[in-house]
Design a binder for this molecule. Structure first.
Ligand SMILES: *Cc1c(COP(=O)(O)O)cnc(C)c1O
Ligand SMILES: [Zn+2]
Length: 421
């Protein structure tokens, strides 16, 4: 793949099927439907086998024929191939047999799954010749665009709602980007950014080059299948903001099967949202295609998109897979974050609390059977949303630097431990 990527065919309208050349376009001129990258799967199946993939370096680029770039990747070369952890202690608490955590809270370089989409978006932006990259963000995307743009020597502008967590703000500013806080919610930020994209001709990762950006999410799905030994799990639970990741996991499952890398596509896909911002979950539960925009009010700020761009397709994906969607309260989010940390040693952000909380709920409802394979998508890192849990984890036990003080403390708090020593 030194010059043109012969595996990428066209951009294709998801609604009317009209085809467009590979250009920075994102909606159909005829019906305003979203555009999707289309590949020549016959050509890809000729070169991409399990063995070929397995021999390649452990990053998201081991699936590069299935990503919409023309030349070698130039941004985010080490992104991806995060751990898939068998979670036996958590499984015991949930009362299930086979549970896995796909852990993008340790994705490189900015500790969320957004590094996957940004690696593709910025590589593509460079191919298109953009010099300024930008995004409308609920936090993690801003972190990732800023970091990857810095490493690529690109100028970046990041637009966020002004009330994001400190960790998300600092995790953007540190990269010496241009961070603009908007007095408003994400949906207002996004609307403003669409206008800026039109007027300034910048590459907004999740707006005018969205069809390329969103393809990066497929690698989260590919990795799950490969790490399960080229097997499709029976259930995957996925957090939803704009609703893109969940649709791309479904696309990944279909593509691997189309290429003969896995032997079926049966997987029930479940969407997770916070009760304080649940437009997609609401539509699934009401069994309707009509999404009612909401005004977000939740500690899960990374998922706080009241009018999700891919909401309609997320509902469709969930329904076609035989899955479901649920939502959880802020208290349930915090409880799930603590449960994950105390059973598996993984500190996830609020979005991970949403996903695990919803998983618990679906198991209790009997929608996810206890004896089947379940994968929970952990997409972000808890150090970025400290405000959510700081008042719910207790305080350090304070003593003077004296052995007697420690012995007294131990006798009081854990007399049994001493005997074990
Ligand atoms: C952005 C984000 C999501 C959801 O992504 P969408 O593709 O917009 O649905 C999930 N988890 C985290 C941590 C995120 O930052
Ligand atoms: Zn169209």
């Amino acid at each position: 793949m030194t010059t043109e990527n012969k595996f990428v065919r066209k951009l294709r309208c998801r609604e009317c099927g009209y085809e467009y050349p590979i250009e920075p376009l994102h909606f159909c001129e005829y019906c305003f439907g979203p555009l999707e990258v289309d590949y020549d799967y016959d050509a890809i199946s000729g070169v991409l086998s399990r063995e070929t993939i397995a021999r390649r370096p452990k990053s998201m680029w081991r699936y590069r024929e299935l990503l919409p770039i023309d030349r070698e990747p130039t941004v985010g070369l080490s992104v991806g191939f995060t751990p898939l952890v068998r979670a036996n202690r958590l499984a015991e608490v949930l009362g299930v047999r086979e549970l896995y955590l796909k852990n993008d809270s340790v994705n490189f370089p900015t500790l969320s799954f957004k590094d996957r989409v940004v690696a593709v978006a910025l590589t593509k932006a460079k191919e298109f010749g953009f010099e300024v990259v930008a995004c409308a963000s609920t936090g993690n995307l801003g972190n990732s665009v800023a970091a990857n743009a810095a490493a690529a020597g690109l100028t970046s502008y990041i637009f966020i709602p002004s009330d994001l967590e400190q960790g998300k703000v600092l995790g953007t500013l540190i990269y010496a980007t241009n961070l603009v806080g908007i007095h408003g919610n994400y949906d207002q930020v996004n609307r403003l950014c669409s206008e800026i994209a039109n007027k300034f001709g910048w590459a907004f990762a999740n707006i005018n080059i969205r069809p390329f950006y969103s393809e990066g999410s497929k690698t989260f799905g590919y990795e799950i299948l490969e790490q399960l030994g080229w097997k499709v799990p029976q259930h995957i639970v996925v957090p939803m903001a704009g609703g893109s990741l969940i649709t791309k996991i479904a696309k990944a499952i279909k593509e691997f099967h189309r290429l003969g890398l896995t032997d079926h596509t049966d997987c029930r896909i479940y969407g997770a949202q916070a009760l304080g911002c649940n437009p997609i979950a609401q539509a699934v539960k009401a069994d309707t295609d009509l999404l009612k925009p909401v005004r977000p009010n939740t500690i899960a700020k990374s998922l706080a998109i009241g009018n999700p761009a891919d909401g309609f397709y997320a509902v469709k994906t969930i329904r076609e897979s035989g899955g479901y969607a649920e939502d959880v309260t802020d208290e349930e989010i915090v409880a799930a974050m603590k449960l994950l940390a105390s059973t598996e040693g993984i500190f996830t952000e609020t979005a991970g609390g949403v996903t695990l909380g919803v998983t618990q709920k679906l198991i209790e409802q009997g929608r996810i059977p206890r004896d089947e394979t379940i994968v929970v998508s952990i997409t972000g890192n808890g150090l970025k949303t400290q405000e959510a849990v700081i008042d719910h984890v207790g305080k350090p036990m304070l003593i003077k630097p004296k052995l007697e003080e420690f012995e007294a403390l131990l006798d009081k708090h854990a007399p049994g431990v001493r005997a074990r020593g």
